[in-house]
Design a protein around this ligand. Sequence first.
Ligand code: F6R
Length: 591
Amino acid sequence: MCGIVGYVGRRQAAPILLEGLKKLEYRGYDSAGIAVIEKHSFEVMKRAGSVEGLSAAKNFLGRTGIGHTRWATHGTPTEENAHPHIYGRIALVHNGIIENMKPLKEECLKRGESFTSETDTEIVAHLLDGYYEGDLLAALQKTAARLVGSFALAALSLEEPGKIALARRASPLVVGRGEDGTYLASDIPAIAAEGMEIYALGENEFALLDGKSAHFYAEDGREIEKKPLEYSLEEDVPEKKGFRHFMRKEMSEIPLSIANTQQIIQSYPKIFELREVLCHAEYIHIVACGTAYHSGLCAKIAIEARARIPVEVAVASEYRYRDPVIQRNTVVIAVSQSGETADTLAAAELAKRSGATLLAVTNVRYSSLARLADFVLFTAAGREIAVAATKSFNAQLVLLYALAEELASAKGRGACGAELLSLPLLAKDALAASEEVRAWTPHFLGAKSVFFLGRGADHCAALEGSLKLKEISYLPSEGYPAGELKHGTLALIEKGTPVVAILTSSRLAEKTMNAVHETYARGAKVFLVTSLPEYRKRGEILSSVLIPDIGETYSPVLSVIPLQALAYYVAVARGNDPDKPRNLAKSVTVE
Ligand code: F6R
């Protein structure tokens, strides 16, 4: 994973690199480092922990430099393993994973070279220095040809102080040409500035940057022309606006994020072409990871119920290595908040290669996924900083539900979904009601395990509630289909085990209550999130939250809100930082 940044030009590089790295911390924050070239030597600072630890490096002198913020793949998150890796005349930063590191390392060891880190990247620095004969780009081309895996690489050489060489395979990399110099980064917002031209490196492409220009090369070494990307500067500077954490602030923005996203489909410029494709859609595959995968599960229920089109929902990391049956008239929907998740991108590429129409649902306008897809629907959730997805999940649901309605009308199944229009207001009510879960917190703090139970759409919400709790509170938890518990997992319920039941379907409520009885009978403490007031008074329920009723199909967009709040309050009570949970990053750019 990780984020990389670089600059060569008229200004001092270090402050630019530090600024860029702060914006890239969503890609990893377990260690960081920068290297600048000053008078034919490298000034280097690396630290375990976040980019803040590098603040003293802002005084480094030097107009060429590279930086890195890390999410550890090979090697623990220590200073030694932090990038840039320096070897001989070379400094190198890397986003990705080198899969053939073992034989390459053996080759270096045979030459008598020794290593100071456990990383795959240090091996690449050794290879690069070995191939270097006064031409950084040529050496990087030879090095890249030896690598198996994914990489965005940016390299400096002490012998060519005003240059940065780049290589890219399966990890994103953009180049910016500004007034004062040339920039590189893992994504556009890290470097974008007024008047800057931004270019995306394609698969297996290379670039050579100097202070005035950027030259791009294909895999075979041919120089290629590139068109600048269309982009606009982000207006919103992320601030906590009085909230203690970004996660809580982002939850407060759920109603707005829903309202803004509701406008998206109707004002989509390619709506007529999209309707044409939807009209002929016979199969739908949804590919995504994590929370976005849960949106896919919710969407399956809505699309199948409303449009009667079969939907397969797949975890992208599985789909990409299967041989999925992609038939004529299959629409593949790739859902990704960041639009940079490596597995989702690979699954989307596979779908495209196999002839499917690719529809992206993403929150990031200039993301790799948005550039890849035939159609792109943006969730208007605004920037999400907290690692745990909240408002972007609600926005994904609203967009996918609107799509379900489009599909239903394309298939002649009549317009419905009027209840969706009132969602922003209902989400406000759900948010207000969610404050009640704060009182549940003491029951969860020392729990050995926590269960979230539901059926149908409530089960999808249960999965998401459980994921939220795991990732920020670090409590073991499972989201489970209520009817499945008795087939083994019930053995885990003991006295005091917290169970959260989600109940929004009057059709299925009594069935879910069977599972509630079963857990209660074995000593569980049962909490309830429901839109059905009559169930609040049941004797088994220790405490409950009442959310507005929008019918079972679309209910997760509201029922998830108290679950997000529960995860937040439990995490804070356990002393965790919900914005930056351990071991995680906002965007998972390696497989
Ligand atoms: C959990 C969470 C992750 C992401 C997953 C996919 O709160 O945020 O599970 O949903 O890593 O990320 P995107 O949506 O950016 O593809």
